[in-house]
Design a protein around this ligand. Structure first.
Ligand SMILES: Cc1cc2nc3c(=O)[nH]c(=O)nc-3n(C[C@H](O)[C@H](O)[C@H](O)COP(=O)(O)O)c2cc1C
Length: 161
């Protein structure tokens, strides 16, 4: 039993989540992590996890292209999807707007794994925006977003259950 964890990540939150999930699954199932773009022998895996961050309501073009190009094969095995995003309220809309409906309907779980403002790994415009977002959160005394480790544990139990 092997699980492919396939993610796209700009400032490492989705990558960190993929690594945390792999850690949770250690000793229970073998995992392989793939950062898009990548050539993935999808047929060799018993289940798939797809992870993507949301920016301006959208997942990245490379993840969208991957999902569309591999829809048929992804539908053949248990599929788990996570998004990294700040918004709790918009999560369902992000799934609806970004994940092909057949995949979202067939998925065992679609989960929000939380978010981070990783200024140190960002560059250029992303860094400027993250600096501005962090400043505004601090000004309003709002706690900075974090990865939801409970959801990661939950997905791990579903994969191994
Ligand atoms: C420019 C920018 C736009 C963002 N837009 C959204 C958004 O529309 N909705 C949301 O919930 N979170 C939004 N976020 C928060 C990201 O989803 C969050 O920072 C996430 O952890 C990034 O994942 P990554 O590090 O894997 O790229 C945005 C972040 C940035 C920097």
């Amino acid at each position: 039993m092997k699980t492919a964890i396939i993610y796209a990540s700009k400032t490492n939150t989705a990558k960190n989540c993929a690594e945390m999930l792999a850690e949770e699954l250690k000793g229970k199932t073998k995992t392989a992590l793939f950062a898009l773009p990548a050539t993935i022998p999808l047929g060799s895996y018993a289940s798939y996890v797809i992870g993507a961050p949301v920016r301006a309501g959208r997942i990245s073009g490379k993840m969208k292209r991957f999902l569309n190009a591999n829809k048929a094969i992804l539908l053949q095995k248990p599929l788990y999807i996570y998004l990294c995003c700040v918004s709790v309220d918009d999560f369902d809309k992000y799934i609806k707007d970004n994940i092909p409906a057949e995949l979202a309907d067939k998925a065992v779980a679609c989960m929000r794994f939380g978010a981070e403002f990783n200024k140190d790994t960002a560059k250029g415009l992303q860094k400027m925006m993250l600096n501005a977002m962090t400043k505004s959160y601090k000004k309003e005394n709002r706690p900075l977003p974090e990865i939801d480790r409970i959801k990661i544990k939950e997905m791990s139990s579903m994969i191994c259950g």
